[in-house]
Design a protein around this ligand. Structure first.
Ligand code: COA
Length: 221
């Protein structure tokens, strides 16, 4: 469990599901939220990878992940493919890559360090499970404003170069992730990002290749 002021990041519980769906609907008004069934399956398949942020008893954010064999996915893929349509049935205990499938914070709570706390939760998980890295394909919600003038790759590079500030990629870079390129048609419903996403990676400095990973472990925070 990770703490900051009155906020904690802990493992997601079954009883959180209705509140998480409600929150996701507020965060992405134009993208259909997860169903109860999908969130339940995620929890059953990989409970350790599902984190919830709670402040004063209110649910204010979450970070969801599965483990994959990255070599199977390194070519372009969509969110739907790699997450098995949000069920996480592609979770592979033989993998060494923690794949971030979702992260969000309640709009009114942003900028107070909750995103950082959720990312810290993921990094803790990665270290404790002896996984090699965290990879995610992040939204580029600022891209639609620049799409008439440039492709998504140029937009992302300009975020990396510090010319533009993107609400998601800039945050991820400050969290120590490296930018690795753009995937198109990753999430077509995401109109702000024009369907595109940036591949990002964080390498676990404590990873020991000769030691086993502990993907089935549930309580590592
Ligand atoms: C991306 C997201 C999760 C970040 O969450 P967040 O809670 O705002 O993140 P943090 O508060 O940790 O950091 C955000 C910024 O606030 C700043 N911040 C952190 N603590 C702060 C504090 N106590 N006071 C003021 N600012 C603070 C951080 O420095 C950071 O600024 P920077 O990006 O300029 O470095 C959030 O914006 C979000 O939910 N976006 C919508 C959903 C989404 O698109 N998710 C990404 C899916 S790929």
């Amino acid at each position: 469990m990770l703490k900051s002021k009155n906020c904690i990041v802990r493992h997601t519980r079954k009883e959180d599901i209705p509140k998480l769906i409600e929150l996701q609907r507020r965060v992405y008004p134009s993208i259909p939220p997860w169903t109860r069934a999908k969130l339940s399956t995620q929890l059953e398949i990989f409970p350790a990878g599902q984190l919830t942020a709670e402040c004063d008893g209110e649910i204010v954010g979450c970070a969801s992940a599965l483990v994959v064999l990255w070599d199977d996915w390194a070519d372009a893929h969509s969110w739907k493919e790699i997450t098995a349509a949000g069920t996480f049935e592609n979770h592979d205990p033989e993998g060494r890559t923690l794949y971030g499938a979702e992260v969000f914070v309640a709009p009114e709570m942003r900028g107070s360090g909750l995103g950082h706390l959720l990312y810290e939760g993921r990094r803790t998980l990665c270290r404790e499970m002896n996984l090699k890295r965290i990879i995610a394909c992040g939204r580029l919600p600022g891209y639609h404003r620049h799409a008439p003038e440039m492709d998504a790759e140029m937009y992302a590079k300009r975020v990396v170069w510090g010319d533009f500030d993107d609400p998601v990629l800039s945050f991820q870079l400050r969290e120590g992730f490296r930018y690795c390129g753009v995937i198109e048609d990753y999430l077509p419903e995401d109109k702000e990002s024009c369907g595109c996403a940036s591949i990002i990676v964080w390498l676990n400095p404590e990873y020991r290749p000769r030691k086993p990973s502990h993907v089935e472990q549930e309580e590592v925070l």
